[in-house]
Design a protein around this ligand. Structure first.
Ligand SMILES: *[C@@H]1O[C@H](CO)[C@@H](O)[C@H](O)[C@H]1NC(C)=O
Ligand SMILES: *[C@@H]1O[C@H](CO)[C@@H](O)[C@H](O)[C@H]1NC(C)=O
Length: 174
């Protein structure tokens, strides 16, 4: 495990060094490509995040296990359908480590149980499935559904909901 952690840490350090965090890339979709490689190195299917990604940045926040926080920027609010309609705010943030994305802000799904746009907090890889934790429920889908990188459609901004406060309290309780 120590060896795997050191390896991932090296990869993350290399990526942090390589990540173009401010200037626009001269190569179209270079940021999307690096992001999708990054997702795969951490055990996720590349299509988990759609394109085109305008910009993304990562910083190391923890060494054991190696964890980075990320900020992904879309030019406009980005809509894409996997199983349900998904929404990515122009600024989407969270923490990522091997097999787990947590503390997500700026990603919602329109859940069929309520028809409401609901915040997604965590994604965990469990074998050949992905477990998605929402504010109100947890759902599991085959990872194969997220292998293909989809292109999003721009749409209206969805304001943050009143669950915001509850989320902050949950984070605090940990
Ligand atoms: C990571 O978190 C720190 C502290 O909250 C913040 O200052 C930094 O901008 C974040 N980095 C990214 C890439 O989101
Ligand atoms: C990200 O990880 C750091 C270090 O483990 C932690 O302090 C921070 O609260 C996490 N942020 C979120 C949004 O979960």
């Amino acid at each position: 495990m120590a060896t795997a952690n050191s390896y991932i840490l090296l990869v993350l350090v290399a990526l942090v060094a390589l990540t173009p965090s401010t200037s626009a890339s001269p190569l179209k979709n270079l940021n999307s490509d690096i992001l999708h490689i990054f997702l795969q190195l951490l055990g996720f299917p590349p299509g988990l995040i759609p394109e085109p990604v305008e910009n993304f940045a990562i910083s190391i926040v923890d060494l054991c296990p190696p964890t980075v926080n990320f900020t992904i920027q879309f030019k406009e609010p980005c809509y894409v359908t996997y199983v349900y309609p998904n929404y990515f705010a122009p600024v989407f943030t969270g923490n990522i480590t091997i097999g787990k994305i947590s503390g997500m802000r700026g990603h919602k799904d329109q859940l069929p149980s309520t028809g409401e746009w609901t915040d997604m907090y965590d994604v965990t890889v469990v074998g050949e499935t992905l477990v998605f934790k929402f504010a109100t429920e947890t759902v599991t889908y085959p990872r194969a559904l997220f292998e293909e990188v989809k292109t999003c459609t721009y749409g209206p901004l969805i304001p943050d909901d009143p669950n915001e406060l509850i989320y902050q309290v949950l984070l605090f309780i940990g």
